[in-house]
Design a protein around this ligand. Structure first.
Ligand SMILES: [Zn+2]
Length: 654
């Protein structure tokens, strides 16, 4: 492999550390330092999914957003704010950690933010804030790691939906605020998802914006921003930060949605702050949304370097961004961008440069006409490219470099990126993006028969597209086309030998068949290499529970305990495993273990009556002081299944 030939020299880690934000983490303040808890403002962070900078605020075109405008008018609006990455979970991970994706290691959705990284909510909670979060999309569900530090993390979606509207989210927030009182300041994060595709605004916005339903969604969301800010302000002194996680292509540069390119349609985002020490006005300094982290800490009285509050003193920094999805999923060129002063430079196989003051649409590539400084080139060339989940011998990184990468949360520190010499530039592949989007949509909707010909078309023009090969294989597998599935998996394995994606999808294929036990070792391997791959983690948890059930039916108690214990480690919030473990430990006369397992089953679990019944049995066997109360509770909460069991139970008779 020769990375130099692709424009990506082996990365020089030391030089890029500062850019990744490793050196400017806020240091903890000594106890007693800073303003007292009660003098600090309550803080409201509002993140707007999929919201373009030109679709909200006083400069927006074709839409009215009075609520956002009102916050911007009383505070400071940044006209040159940039997302760190055009995808939901990675972008929010930057805002919560202050790190670029190369620093926190989350380059795609469906990963898990490393538990070793300090997050804003944790820091604020430690200094006395009460913390609550309300998110509106499954992309930010608790399982992906952003819930750390929040007393309340509300990721409930109505019915079996995977998102909720700004109105539904705001209703939940206002109900929560009505119950929250007291002298402690509050840190509240609210995430709205409405402008995400598909665009279907409610009335009256549906009619008013019939020609531009995307902006209709933004306008509907803005109404809810108004309700939210009004309720929050009514509680006392407040600080507010509103920011977009990324924009939406809407056809610019051939991109309909987001995630595949680095142009301003998806990277330039709205950002406004209002509150203590904020001088009202407008700033044209390029800033990164990762500085949301530092700004939150600053309001909370914690010393920090990159706060946006006193922008006059802000150092003009080089703002970085990346879009690695096409690299990680399709095998195209990695993409990194840098904004400095008036110029934006993109490195994706080769350099592109745009003068944003004259060409905000990035239509005239100045290319070599701009004399890029050595620093700019170096910052882009040294930006670490993530390893695409291929198990390989560790690259020639020394121990110190590995340790420092690991301390940045750079998860795949052992493996080096492989960029194919002839990998296409994403900007040259936009002709395929529409097919990819359509195929992914059909695939996600379970319309496999319609998706298959599209994946075939994609592979015909882009034969190294791993994602298309894997989804083609999975589509065949789901339809029971065993032979075609196996052929497509072989094709995927040839594209990326040893790839974690190939092993994960192959395991999911086995999991659908009678050969499901073959999936377990594959998934164990993937999880051991990359514990942040939530698809593999959750599939493995399901299979271990199935293994446990089988062993239980065959009365192999020890094997069943081992399987359920593994399932529980992988999916600690699947309390069904705790219930099964409780029953098994009881059968194995391991009463203390049974007690611990049953005590973990929450009252919200549908089989809580069974947990209470089993717990009462354990209580009698351990001769606990409150055993009678436990029997009584099991009786009181009994359901149709446990009632006859309780009546017959000899342990409960004396
Ligand atoms: Zn998003």
């Amino acid at each position: 492999m020769n990375r130099r030939s692709t424009g990506w020299p082996a990365f020089a880690i030391a030089g890029v550390l500062a850019l990744l934000g490793a050196c400017d983490r806020a240091t903890p303040s000594p106890p007693g330092a800073g303003p007292s808890v009660t003098s600090r403002p309550s803080i409201l962070l509002v993140t707007l999914d999929t919201t373009r900078a030109d679709a909200i605020g006083p400069d927006a075109t074709g839409v009215e957003t009075p609520s956002f405008d009102a916050v911007a008018a009383r505070g400071l609006r940044f006209r040159q704010a940039y997302s760190t990455i055009p995808e939901t979970l990675p972008s929010h991970s930057s805002m919560m950690t202050g790190l670029y994706p190369a620093g926190h290691g989350v380059h795609e959705n469906a990963r898990h933010l490393s538990v070793t990284l300090p997050v804003a909510a944790e820091r604020l909670k430690q200094t006395g804030y009460r913390t609550a979060a309300f998110v509106s999309s499954f992309a930010l569900a608790r399982r992906f790691g952003l819930a750390r530090g929040f007393d309340v993390y509300d990721d409930r979606f109505p019915g079996d939906r995977s998102e909720r509207t700004a109105k539904e989210t705001t209703d939940a927030v206002l109900a929560h605020l009505a119950q929250t009182d007291g002298p402690q300041p509050v840190f509240l994060w609210v995430h709205y998802y409405d402008p995400h595709y598909p665009y279907a605004p409610p009335e009256p916005y549906r009619s008013k914006y019939a020609r531009d339903p995307y902006r209709g969604e933004v306008a509907a969301m803005d109404e809810q921003i108004g309700r939210l800010v009004h309720a929050f302000d009514a509680r006392g002194p407040s600080a507010i930060l509103i920011v977009g996680d990324h924009g939406e292509g809407l056809g610019d540069h051939g991109e309909a949605q987001h995630g595949d390119l680095l142009y301003n349609a998806t990277m330039h985002v709205p950002l406004a702050i209002a509150g203590p020490r904020v001088t009202a006005g407008v700033s044209d300094t390029p800033v990164s949304t990762r500085r949301v982290f530092h700004t939150l800490l600053d309001w909370a009285g914690l010393p920090t370097d990159h706060s946006l509050i006193e922008h006059g003193a802000a150092v003009a920094e080089a703002v970085l961004g990346e879009a690695m999805k096409p690299f990680l999923e399709y095998g195209w060129q990695p993409q990194v961008m840098l904004v400095t002063g008036r110029y934006k430079v993109i490195l994706a196989g080769r350099f592109e440069a745009y003068d944003l003051t004259k060409d905000s649409g990035e239509t005239r590539n100045l290319g070599s006409a701009v004399n890029l400084s050595a620093d700019v080139r170096k910052a882009l060339e040294d930006y670490p490219v993530p390893a695409p989940g291929v198990a390989r011998a560790p690259d020639a990184l020394d121990e110190d470099a590995k340790r420092r990468l690991a301390s940045l949360g750079y998860v795949s520190a052992g493996a080096a990126p492989v960029v194919r010499k002839d990998a296409p530039r994403p900007a040259d592949m936009t002709g395929l993006l529409a097919s990819i989007d359509r195929a992914s949509g059909l695939f996600a909707a379970g319309e496999y028969a319609r998706a298959i010909p599209l994946f075939e078309t994609i592979l015909a023009s882009d034969p190294h597209n791993l994602d298309a090969a894997l989804r083609l294989a999975t589509a065949h597998s789901s339809l029971g086309h065993e032979a075609q599935a196996v052929a497509a998996f072989q094709r995927a394995a040839a594209i990326a030998p040893g790839s974690q994606d190939v092993r994960t999808y192959l395991a999911l294929h086995y999991a659908r068949t009678k050969e499901w036990a073959r999936a377990v070792p594959l998934l164990e391997q993937v999880v051991a290499e990359s514990p942040d791959r939530m698809t593999a983690v959750e599939a493995l948890a399901t299979l271990k529970a199935r293994e446990g059930q089988l062993a239980m039916d065959e009365e192999r108690t020890e094997a069943a305990i081992a399987a359920f214990a593994r399932a529980r480690t992988l999916a600690p919030s699947a309390f069904r495993n705790d219930l099964e473990l409780g029953v098994l430990y009881l059968a194995a006369r391991r009463y203390a273990d049974a007690k611990a397992a049953l005590d973990r089953v929450p009252s919200s679990h549908p089989e809580y009556p069974m947990a209470l019944f089993k717990r009462a049995q354990v209580s009698v066997l351990l001769n606990e002081g409150d055993k009678d109360a436990r029997i009584e509770l099991a009786r009181r909460k009994a359901d149709a299944i446990t009632r006859p069991l309780i009546e017959r139970e000899r342990l409960f008779k004396r």
